[in-house]
Design a binder for this molecule. Sequence first.
Ligand code: NDP
Ligand code: OXD
Length: 314
Amino acid sequence: MAGKGKILLSITGFNPQRWYEMLSEDREVVLEPDGAADPSIEYAVVWKQKPGVLAKLPNLKVIFSIGAGVDHVFADPNLPQVPIVRVVADNLTQYMTEYVLWRVLDHHRQGQLYRAQQTKKIWHEPPQRPAEDISVGIMGLGNLGRSAARALTAVGFHVNGWSRRPQEMPGVATFSGDAGLVPFLNATDILVVLLPLTEATRGIVNYGLLKELRRRNGLGGSVLINAGRGRLQRDADILRALDDGTLKEASLDVFEVEPLPKTSPLWSHPKVFVTPHAAATSDPAHLVAPMLKQMEAFERGGPLENLVDRAAGY
Ligand code: NDP
Ligand code: OXD
């Protein structure tokens, strides 16, 4: 471990034990508050770090987010000006792709209806339609959005994608920027949100946006699936849209406030499927090794991969 930069592990919201054990196999790791101002700390591995803790480190060189999203890192108003590396990993991408496929297929194959029928012992077969009749629109055609798009096209869905900058993707109709948003929504039956939370995207999934989705379709309405971030959406607007028929159903993995308060009507809404920010878990068994590899490469003078663009906020 001699000569290797020390790591500060700063995690809130869950037990960091497994991350601590695995990182410690290679380098010295300190947990707050012991290591908070230690000059030998060169790396920080974080999830929702305590605000101000990183600014105290005089020799911090790189911040590693243990998630793909980095809004939790930027929430710190005293964030030091060092590179931020985020997670881009096959394992995490696979989890998210599975989640998106699962939710899209469940809505497409009318899971909600069959579950309701089963509770009443109703034997009734509604009409079926092929995947190719349904357009799934993915907001956020990045690492996770592109993988989900590939899986959905392989099943036969028509797929639209929306991104900040123009993108090309075989088999996917792509839209970008403010000008592309309404045309993208107007051509979408099932909306999948895989955007990062930034100043530009906060609250974007609101009633006005949901109104633009295509409702006259084989599904009998439009569907929202959000696995990006909760503060991309307005929970109250989703409830309003579900109650007035603007939305047929929703699958929500993320919420404005997490954990979702027990008083939220989303918990018991018959048209809502809730998961607890569990679409794609950051598993240290898959993510620690590439993180340590990056630290080693960085110490040999190599470039960092998966860097966050601080100006864009993701
Ligand atoms: P990427 O950075 O690879 O992709 C982000 C995509 O969003 C890009 O296509 C980008 O456009 C687009 N985008 C960003 N800002 C805008 C904007 N203002 N307007 C239009 N498009 C925009 O991120 P990932 O795919 O790796 O991850 C996406 C998000 O998924 C994460 O930020 C995180 O919040 C969430 N996530 C949720 C998890 C969960 O368990 N629920 C697990 C993992 C991630 P462009 O291509 O032009 O850059
Ligand atoms: C992530 C997450 O950003 O799990 O990776 O939310």
